[in-house]
Design a protein around this ligand. Structure first.
Ligand code: ADP
Ligand code: MG
Length: 242
């Protein structure tokens, strides 16, 4: 589970064509890192994958289910896709445990006891067992982001999307979040990660995708993209960020 197939995806906002013709197959257990300049369409692509945005044309399938079809059950589809944002977006009035168990309980996927047991297990996985009963404001940014990852995992998704998960963090907290993501990757989660952390992309990605002006301009294993980029735009971009 966790195969994503995107065909001829286009997305415009009014006259602004943001995604121009995206074709991408992500295999089960694959880790994809998406890199590219600000405004190139990376967030829009992730938002089309979990149906936060409607595609203008083209198809997006996860495990064979097309979300762009007229009869698509978007809510069911979304349950299979976890998303982690730059801003952690935790519910401020809920404890950590409540944040993690809220969705499975309210969607009646689990009893309260089952959901809380799962939440404790997830807190152990992100190394925050002792924080179950505190509120988000009592946590550091890195801890909040690890809770946000646990919250996404509570829905037992087949695919995890990350949109610059460490960009809002103080530098000393980046490592702890990347370590959790690396563990998840090693456990076989299908992951699509928009990131500026080139070290993470080099070490963890199976494939790196460079997006420029709404197109996938170049893609390949990290050794190729970072070691021997072929496209002039990729080279220019990497020269700026590395
Ligand atoms: P990235 O994540 O690569 O920085 P985005 O996908 O956020 O890029 O944005 C790509 C372009 O689409 C930008 O020009 C942005 O201003 C525009 N855009 C994104 N979302 C909207 C929206 N909801 N309405 C209008 N324009 C948008
Ligand atoms: Mg973005």
């Amino acid at each position: 589970m966790g195969k994503v197939v995107i065909k001829n995806l286009k997305k415009s906002f009014g006259d602004l064509e943001v995604l121009k013709d995206i074709n991408l197959e992500v295999c089960e257990r694959e880790v994809i890192c998406i890199i590219g300049a600000s405004g190139s369409g990376k967030s829009t692509l992730l938002r089309c994958i979990n149906a936060l945005e409607d595609a203008s044309s083209g198809t997006v399938e996860v495990d064979g289910h097309d979300i762009t079809g007229a009869h698509a059950d978007i809510n069911k589809y979304r349950q299979d896709i976890g998303m982690v944002f730059q801003q952690f977006n935790l519910f401020p009035h809920m404890t950590v445990l409540q944040n993690i168990s809220f969705a499975p309980i309210s969607l009646k996927l689990k009893t309260k006891e089952e959901a809380q047991a799962k939440a404790h297990e997830l807190l152990k996985r992100v190394d925050l067992e002792e924080k179950a009963n505190v509120y988000p404001e009592q946590l550091s940014g890195g801890q909040q982001q690890r809770v946000a990852i646990a919250r996404a995992l509570a829905m037992e998704p087949d695919v995890m999307l990350f949109d610059e998960p460490t960009s809002a963090l103080d530098p000393e907290m980046v490592g702890e979040v990347l370590a959790v993501m690396k563990k998840l990757a090693n456990e076989g989660m299908t992951m699509i990660v928009v990131t500026h952390e080139m070290g993470f992309a080099k070490e963890v990605a199976d494939r790196v995708i460079f997006i420029d002006e709404g197109y996938i301009v170049e893609q390949g294993p990290p050794s190729e993209i970072f070691g021997n980029p072929k496209n002039e735009r990729t080279i220019n971009f990497l020269n700026k960020v590395l």
